[in-house]
Design a protein around this ligand. Structure first.
Ligand code: GTP
Ligand code: MG
Length: 130
C-alpha cells in the first residue's frame, strides 16, 4: 500500500507519451510486485466540472485543482496519473483533459475523442462527471 501520492503527466497536449515519467511512476509505486492485481479509475467530463477535486477527495491524490481566485481556466492538460493513497487493491487514478474547453475551441476535438477511447480501453472504472 503506497503511503505517498506520486503523480505524472502521462500524455501532454502535443500527444507526447512520457515514457521516462511512467517508468519512474511504476517504480515509485512498486507496480511490478502487484502483478495484474491493480485497478485503474479514470474520470472524464467538461472542463472545470470538478474532476480533479473529486479524484482528490475520493483517492487522496494530488491533482492540481483550479483556483477560482486566479481566474477560470483549464487546469488539467493532457492525461495525468496518480497512485491512490491507502486503497487496496493498488489503484491508479487517471485524470483527463476536460472536454468542451474554451481554450481549445469547438473544432479541436481529436484529443478528447482519442483520450476518451484510451481511458475506456485501459480503465476498470470510468467516471463521467457532468
Ligand atoms: N461549488 C463547488 N465547487 C466545486 C465542486 N467541485 C469542484 N469545485 C470547484 O470547481 C473548480 C474546478 O475544479 P477542478 O477540480 O479543477 O475541475 P476539473 O474538471 O479538474 O478542471 P479541468 O482540469 O480544467 O478540466 C475548482 O475551483 C473547485 O474548487 C463542487 O462540488 N462544488
Ligand atoms: Mg482537472
Amino acid at each position: 500500500m503506497a503511503n505517498e501520492c506520486c503523480s505524472i503527466q502521462l500524455i501532454d497536449r502535443d500527444d507526447v507519451f512520457n515514457v521516462t515519467g511512467l517508468e519512474h511512476f511504476m517504480k515509485s509505486m512498486k507496480l511490478a510486485k502487484h502483478g495484474l492485481s491493480y485497478a485503474v479509475v479514470s474520470i472524464m467530463g467538461p472542463q472545470s466540472s470538478g474532476k480533479s477535486t473529486l479524484l482528490n477527495h475520493l483517492f487522496d491524490t494530488n491533482f492540481r485543482e483550479m483556483d477560482a481566485f486566479r481566474g477560470r481556466s483549464q487546469t488539467t492538460k493532457g492525461i495525468w496519473l496518480a497512485n491512490c493513497v491507502g486503497i487496496e487493491p493498488c489503484t491508479i487514478a487517471m485524470g483527463l483533459d476536460g472536454t468542451d474547453g474554451r481554450e481549445r475551441g469547438e473544432d479541436d476535438t481529436a484529443f478528447e475523442k482519442q483520450s476518451a477511447l484510451f481511458a475506456l480501453a485501459i480503465s476498470d472504472i470510468v467516471l463521467i462527471n457532468m
